[in-house]
Design a protein around this ligand. Structure first.
Ligand code: ZN
Length: 259
C-alpha cells in the first residue's frame, strides 16, 4: 500500500523533533510520502529543513492568512529563495480565514493571497489553499488568479454546490479526518461526488484526528484512516483509493516530472 499525506505539519511544535518516530509509524500503515506544510517564517524554514533531510518528505511553503500581516517584501524575497529548493513542491498554505476576529482584516488577507498566487504562476508551482468561512471570496480570487500548475483545496468542507464550482476550476480536493466525523455528512457527500482524478487525502496533523483515534494527537500515519473513511462512504477498495490518490499527489506536486 502506498499512501501520500498531502498536508501535514511535522514542523509544528506538538510534532517537532520526533520525525523519525512518526515516519516509522506512518510506514507501518503504508503512508510512505508526505508534504510538510509551512505557514510563516518559522514553520516554512522547518518544513524545508525536514524535506531536505528526509527523502519521503516534501515542502509546501507560504504564508497562511493568519500570518499575512507579517508578509512583506523581505519575507517574499526569502520565500522566493526557499522555493528554488528541489524539495519545495508547492506554495501553501495560503488562503482566507474569516473565522477568528484577531486575524488580519480581509483586505490584507486577500492581497497576500493574490501576491502568492502570482508567485505560483511565475514559478510554475501548484498551491495548497486554506479557506474558512470565506468560500465565496476564495473562489472569486482563485477564478481570477488561477495558477497553471493547479490548486489543492485543503481539508475541503464545503457543500456539493461549492465542490462543483471548485472542480470546474480544475482544483484537486483534499479530504482530512473531518470526513470520518459523525457530524459531517456534508463532507462525506462531497467525498462521494469528487471524481477519482481530483481526489487527495491528508491529515492536517496535529489537528483534525480521524476516527477511530479522535481525542489523540493526529499524525501522518492516520491518513490511512482518512482514506478508509472515504473508501467506506464511496464503497471502493482501500487499495484502489490509495493508488489513485498517491498518483494524484505525484501529479499535482510535479513529482512525476522530477523522477
Ligand atoms: Zn494545515
Amino acid at each position: 500500500m502506498q499512501i501520500f499525506d498531502t498536508h501535514t505539519h511535522l514542523n509544528d511544535d506538538p510534532l517537532w523533533d520526533q520525525t523519525p518516530q512518526y515516519l516509522q509509524q506512518a510506514q507501518q500503515l503504508g503512508v510512505i510520502q508526505m508534504a510538510i506544510v509551512g505557514s510563516n517564517a518559522k514553520f516554512n524554514q522547518r518544513a524545508l529543513q525536514l524535506a531536505r533531510h528526509y527523502e519521503p518528505l516534501f515542502a509546501v511553503l507560504g504564508w497562511h492568512p493568519e500570518d499575512s500581516a507579517h508578509y512583506d517584501k523581505q519575507e517574499q524575497e526569502r520565500l522566493i529563495t526557499q522555493l528554488q529548493d528541489p524539495k519545495a513542491v508547492a506554495i501553501g498554505e495560503i488562503g482566507l480565514d474569516y473565522h477568528w476576529s484577531q486575524n488580519p482584516e480581509p483586505k490584507i488577507q486577500q492581497a497576500v493571497l493574490i501576491q502568492q498566487l502570482e508567485l505560483a504562476q511565475q514559478f510554475h508551482l501548484p498551491v495548497n489553499i486554506h479557506t474558512r468561512e470565506a468560500m465565496a471570496d476564495t473562489y472569486a480570487i482563485l477564478k481570477d488568479h488561477l495558477p497553471d500548475k493547479g490548486v489543492i483545496m485543503h481539508s475541503f468542507n464545503g457543500s456539493e454546490a461549492w465542490l462543483a464550482k471548485f472542480l470546474e476550476l480544475g482544483c484537486y480536493i483534499s479530504y482530512s479526518g473531518v470526513v470520518s466525523f459523525k457530524n459531517a455528512p456534508e463532507v462525506r457527500q462531497a467525498a462521494i461526488k469528487t471524481p477519482l482524478n481530483r481526489l487527495l487525502v491528508e491529515t492536517d496533523a496535529p489537528y483534525l484526528t480521524p476516527e477511530p483515534h479522535r481525542g489523540e494527537l493526529n499524525q501522518p500515519a492516520f491518513s490511512r484512516f482518512v482514506l478508509e473513511a472515504i473508501a467506506n462512504c464511496r464503497d471502493e477498495s482501500l487499495e484502489h483509493l490509495a493508488q489513485v490518490t498517491y498518483q494524484n499527489a505525484h501529479e499535482v506536486y510535479g513529482l512525476n516530472e522530477k523522477n
